[in-house]
Design a protein around this ligand. Structure first.
Ligand code: S3P
Length: 432
């Protein structure tokens, strides 16, 4: 795997970008369809390495997954209680979503399952899911005092018990693991979030006929008799992928991009609020519903940005977009102060540290704090060789920084396959 050189864009970015399917929704579409007993036709599926890890895991558990084309699948499960004991170790690859959600789905089952993953996933904290599931009666054994991969889920006697869990950090993965365990538990399972995180699990459970009760920031589930699969699931475009184009077009003079088919679920649109607050010229058009999720097109034009500050309350709505926002902040006038983002230290890599190290190489003036960043805007970019940390969102934000700045050479560039396999093709197309 060689380095990838991204040259400074010699002209404005103009035209259309069709945004590929949402990673979070693609994972859930396969997982939930495997709990129904009629076929589900999934379209605009994201054929990325992470989502294919979920396909592999669900197949190992007995689900029938037919890949019709890159973005089109038919999934048929064996019903809510039809998961089968896997004959192999389940490999979640680089995907925290696959691992954490599936721990919730498998903890109540009557068979053993063993998980592994790649070296990044082995370092990430799993105690945040193991602990609350154990309070429901689950038997989960992991390395490093039950916090890390490899992880074994041992069958329980009887059923898990419903539990009320007040989550210390806002995390859609932890919330989803608890709701999935709650599908099989005795009594009610409630999760209470400090701030609302993405709600794709809730929306999709409802699309499968499962009733949820909402009260303030709490969500309650009771085991249903069955999951009623819809015939069709349409995955919206991923705003976390659109984020790189929103930023690139905002900072490369003269640019004007139309981003087509972007999910605008309000638990995900924090980046729009922040960029608009920085002076970005973004217009949301053609709003519509697609498969139970709101989608729209976005017209983004170059604008001189200025610094801003934001903190814990909005972080869950833009948690994956901070690397892209940090690029915008480097090209803005004045300082940008980000707080309450400690969760970035436990993503695919420590993204706060990675941003500080690599942006500095590219001419940025940036300081890391315990839970955030201070980015002094308006510095002069330099060309440099940079490391992606094998983290897809780091590679893509470095590419955007190079396009808008003085170019970049990225080590371990191929990790973009995790969430946006066609990213470099789009870079080439738009800069040709
Ligand atoms: C995800 C939730 C978020 C996000 C991740 C996808 C999901 O993680 O960062 O990329 O699909 O539920 P946390 O739940 O750890 O915040």
């Amino acid at each position: 795997m060689g380095n990838r050189v991204i040259n400074k864009a010699l002209k404005a970015l103009r035209g259309e970008v069709i945004i590929p399917g949402d990673k979070s929704v693609s994972h859930r579409s396969v997982m939930f369809s495997a709990l129904g007993d009629t076929p589900v036709h999934i379209t605009n599926f994201l054929p990325s390495a992470d989502c294919l890890s979920t396909v592999g895991v669900m197949r190992a558990l007995g689900a029938k997954v037919d890949i019709i084309s890159d973005t089109e699948l038919v999934v048929e499960g064996n019903g809510l209680h039809g998961l089968q004991e896997p004959a192999t170790i389940l490999d979640a690859g680089n995907s925290g979503t696959t691992l954490r959600l599936m721990m919730g789905m498998l903890a109540p089952q009557k068979f053993v399952s063993v998980f592994t993953g790649d070296s990044s996933l082995h370092k990430r904290p799993m105690g945040r899911v193991i602990k609350p599931l154990s309070r429901m009666g689950a038997h989960i054994v992991g390395r490093a005092d039950n916090t890390k991969l490899p992880i074994t889920i041992v069958p329980v006697e009887g059923r898990l018990k419903g539990y009320r869990y007040e989550m210390p950090v806002a995390s859609a993965q932890v919330k989803s693991a608890m709701l999935l365990a709650g599908l099989f538990a005795e009594g009610e399972t409630t999760v209470v979030e400090p701030y609302p995180s993405r709600n794709h699990t809730e929306l999709m459970l409802e699309a499968f006929g499962v009733e949820l009760k909402y009260e303030g920031t709490s969500i309650t589930i009771k085991a249903p008799e069955k999951m009623t699969a819809p015939e069709e699931l349409v995955v919206p475009g991923d705003i976390s992928s659109a984020a790189f184009w929103l930023v690139a077009a905002s900072i490369i003079p003269g640019s004007e991009l139309l981003l087509k088919n972007v999910g605008i679920n309000e638990t995900r649109t924090g980046i729009i609020d922040v960029l608009q607050d920085m002076g970005a010229d973004i217009t949301i058009i053609n709003e519509r519903k697609s498969g139970g999720e709101p989608v729209a097109d976005m017209l983004v034009k170059y604008a001189q940005l200025h610094g801003t500050s934001f903190g814990a309350d909005i972080i869950p709505r833009l948690v994956d977009e901070i690397p892209a926002i940090a690029v915008a902040a480097m090209f803005a006038q004045g300082d940008t102060v980000i707080t309450g983002a400690g969760e970035l230290r436990v993503k695919e890599t420590d993204r706060l540290e990675a941003i500080c190290q690599q942006f500095t190489r590219l001419g940025g003036n940036i300081e890391g704090t315990e839970d955030g960043l201070v980015i002094h805007g308006g510095t002069v970019p330099k060309m440099a060789e940079c490391f992606s940390y094998n983290d897809h969102r780091m590679a893509m934000c470095l590419a955007v920084l190079g396009l808008a700045g003085a170019g970049v050479e990225i080590q371990e560039p191929d990790c973009v396959d995790i969430s946006y396999p066609s990213f470099y093709d789009e870079v080439d197309r738009l800069t040709k």
